[in-house]
Design a protein. Structure first.
Length: 569
C-alpha cells in the first residue's frame, strides 16, 4: 500500500522574517512599508500577510456570535391599525420590526403587546419598535423636546409582558449614511448603547431588563473585510460594556443587531450594494437598500431585487447556517482586534465627555462625522477613494438625466411638527457621489456634449496607457470620447481632431517624447480647442504652453468642474 503524505509536510516551514526578506528581494529596493502595508481610514496599519502566530493570543477567536427571518414596517404617523396591518402574518413565526416617530412608539407598543396577548405569543414573539429620540438632533440640530427617561420608562413598562420585544434603538446607520468612518460608527454606537444602559439602570431597571430591550441598527459599506470585522468587534465590545452593569444572565450581554446597506455609497450611475459582509459577520437581520433609493421612491422591481439578494445569501449560499464563517481567518481576526481597539478608544473619549447624549447635543459627534464626510469628499475628488461607475471606470454610455436626486422629506417617517433652529449643527446628508453626479448631469442637460479627442503618438505602450487613463478621466463628466490607433505626426493628429470638431485634445505619449511634441502641438492647435497633456505637471512643460494636465495626482472633480464651466453651453 502506497504511503500517504500530506502536501504541506513536503515543504519546510517559513518564518515571518524569512517571508518578509523574500518579499523585499522581489520588491527590488522599493520600500516594503510603502508598497505592501495599507494605512486604513480606521487609524491602524493592515499588513499584507497574517499567520497563526499573529492571532495566537486573541481572546475573540474562542468566542461565537449569536440569526434572519423578519419583516419591517415604516409607520407614517400614529393612525395605523396593527391588527389590520398584520392580517395574514403569523406573529410567532416572523420577526416584526416597526420603525416610527419616537412619540408614536408607546402607542404602537401598547397595541402590539395587546395583540400578542390575544394570540398567546407573549413568550415566542420576536421584534422591535424603534424609540430613537436622538434622531431629531442628528437631523435638525435640536434636542428632543420630551423627557427621554420618562418616555423610555413608560415604554419599558408597556412591553414587559412580551419578553423579546426590543424598543431602545441604537441607530448608528445614520452615522454611516452621513459618511462616518467604520471605527466612528462602532465607537459612537457603543456609546449610544451605554447611554441607554446608564439612563435606565439609574431609573430603576435591572441591567438585564435594559440590555434585552436594546436593538442596534448599523450600516454596512463597501469596505468588505473591515465591515465583517466591525460587527465582530461590536459584539465583543458590547459584551464588555454590559458586563460592567452586572447583569444576572450572560445572555443579556449578546448584541442584537440589524445591518442595513449604506445610502452614502449609493450612486445614480452603476449602483451596487454591500449585504454579503453583514451576512458573513452573523448579524441578526439584514436590510438591503434598493438600488434606486437615491433618486426616487423604490418600485416593485428594485424592491424585489433587494429582497432577492437577501434570499440568495440565505437560501442558496446558506450563510445563515454557518456560525462565524470569518472566524479564524488571520486577516479578519487581526482587523477585528485593531478595529476594536480604535472603536474602544473613541468610546472612552465619548464617555470622558459625559456620554453619548452630552457629546451629541454639544455638537461633538456631528462635527466629527461631518469632518470625516468632508475628508472623504476630498478623497473621492482625487480618486483616493473610489466609486466604481462614478469617479472610476464609468459607463460613459449610461444616461441618468431622468433620475432626479430628489430631496425626500425627512425620511424619518415622523409626524411631529417642529421649527428649525437657525445655525443648527446637523448631520451631513450628501452621498459620496453627489458632486460627481452633479458634474455629469450638467453635461447631460447641456445643449452640447463636449468631444474629447485622444491624440496618441509615439511610444505604443505609453500612449495606449495614457489614452485609457484619459478616457476614464473625462468619461466621469459624461463627455464624448474619440479614441485613435495613433498618428505619425502631430499635424496629422490635430487635423483629425479638428475634422471631428473636438473641444478637447489630449496629447498622449511618453515623458521623453513630450519635449519635442508639445511645441508642435501648441502651434498646430493654435487655440482652436483645449489642449491637455496626459502626464506630469512640470515647469518645463508649462513653459512650452501647456496649462491643462491630467495624471494620478490630479483633482478629478475640480478639473472636470473647470472644463464644464468652459465648455458647456
Amino acid at each position: 500500500m502506497a504511503e500517504t503524505k500530506k502536501l504541506f509536510d513536503q515543504f519546510a516551514p517559513v518564518t515571518p522574517e524569512e517571508w518578509r526578506a523574500k518579499a523585499e528581494v522581489d520588491l527590488k529596493g522599493a520600500d516594503f512599508e510603502k508598497k505592501m502595508v495599507w494605512r486604513t481610514n480606521e487609524g491602524f496599519n493592515a499588513q499584507p500577510l497574517y499567520r497563526s502566530v499573529d492571532i495566537a493570543d486573541l481572546k475573540q477567536t474562542k468566542s461565537l456570535p449569536g440569526g434572519i427571518n423578519s419583516i419591517g414596517f415604516h409607520m407614517h404617523g400614529a393612525d395605523v391599525d396593527l391588527k389590520e396591518l398584520f392580517k395574514g402574518i403569523s406573529l410567532p413565526a416572523c420577526e416584526i420590526n416597526i420603525m416610527c416617530c419616537p412619540k408614536c412608539a408607546i402607542k404602537y407598543a401598547n397595541e402590539l403587546v395587546a395583540l400578542c396577548k390575544e394570540l398567546g405569543c407573549e413568550d415566542t414573539f420576536v421584534g422591535s419598535i424603534t424609540f430613537n429620540p436622538f434622531k431629531r438632533t442628528f437631523k435638525h440640530g435640536e434636542p428632543f423636546p420630551g423627557d427621554i427617561v420618562a418616555m423610555a420608562t413608560e415604554l419599558m413598562n408597556a412591553v414587559k409582558p412580551v419578553a423579546h420585544l426590543r424598543v431602545l434603538s441604537v441607530d448608528s446607520l445614520a452615522l454611516n449614511n452621513a459618511g462616518a468612518y467604520i471605527y466612528q460608527e462602532l465607537g459612537y454606537a457603543l456609546a449610544w448603547g451605554a447611554e441607554w444602559m446608564a439612563m435606565l439602570t439609574e431609573a430603576g431597571f435591572s441591567a438585564d431588563e435594559v440590555a434585552n430591550r436594546i436593538k442596534f441598527n448599523m450600516g454596512v459599506s463597501t469596505v468588505y473585510f473591515m465591515e465583517i470585522a466591525k460587527f465582530r468587534a461590536a459584539r465583543e465590545l458590547w459584551a464588555l460594556i454590559v458586563k460592567q452593569f452586572n447583569p444576572a444572565n450572560d445572555y443579556s450581554c449578546m448584541m442584537n443587531v440589524n445591518a442595513e446597506t449604506s445610502r452614502y455609497n449609493q450612486t445614480i450611475y452603476d449602483s451596487y450594494t454591500e449585504a454579503m459582509s453583514a451576512a458573513l459577520a452573523c448579524v441578526d437581520s439584514i436590510v438591503v437598500t434598493p438600488f434606486d433609493a437615491p433618486y426616487k421612491e423604490s418600485d416593485d422591481f428594485s424592491e424585489r431585487i433587494a429582497r432577492n439578494q437577501q434570499i440568495l445569501l440565505k437560501e442558496e449560499s446558506h450563510l445563515d447556517k454557518v456560525v462565524d464563517p470569518a472566524g479564524g481567518s488571520y486577516y479578519v481576526e487581526m482587523l477585528t482586534k485593531n478595529l476594536a481597539e480604535q472603536g474602544w478608544k473613541l468610546f472612552l473619549d465619548v464617555e470622558d465627555k459625559g456620554g453619548f447624549k452630552a457629546a451629541l447635543e454639544s455638537g461633538d459627534i456631528i462635527n466629527a462625522v461631518n469632518a470625516t464626510a468632508n475628508e472623504r469628499f476630498d478623497k473621492v475628488a482625487k480618486r483616493r477613494e473610489q466609486l466604481l461607475g462614478t469617479n472610476q471606470f464609468p459607463n460613459f454610455t449610461e444616461k441618468a438625466a431622468d433620475k432626479a436626486d430628489a430631496c425626500k422629506e425627512c425620511n424619518c417617517h415622523c409626524s411631529c411638527n417642529h421649527e428649525e433652529t437657525e445655525g443648527a449643527v446637523t448631520l451631513n446628508t450628501k452621498r459620496l457621489a453627489t458632486q460627481f453626479e452633479e458634474v455629469r448631469l450638467a453635461t447631460e442637460h447641456a445643449a452640447n456634449t463636449p468631444k474629447v479627442f485622444m491624440l496618441t503618438i509615439g511610444n505604443l505602450a505609453m500612449r495606449l496607457a495614457r489614452a485609457q487613463f484619459s478616457d476614464n478621466f473625462f468619461a466621469c463628466a459624461g463627455y464624448e470620447l474619440i479614441d485613435n490607433n495613433g498618428f505619425k505626426t502631430v499635424k496629422e493628429g490635430m487635423d483629425a481632431a479638428m475634422e471631428k470638431k473636438a473641444d478637447v485634445v489630449v496629447l498622449c505619449s511618453s515623458d521623453d517624447e513630450y519635449a519635442a511634441l508639445i511645441p508642435e502641438a501648441v502651434k498646430e492647435l493654435n487655440g482652436r480647442a483645449e489642449l491637455v497633456l496626459a502626464g506630469p505637471e512640470t515647469d518645463e512643460f508649462k513653459a512650452m504652453g501647456i496649462t491643462n494636465f491630467i495624471n494620478v495626482r490630479t483633482n478629478v472633480l475640480a478639473t472636470l468642474k473647470a472644463f464644464n464651466a468652459k465648455l458647456l453651453k
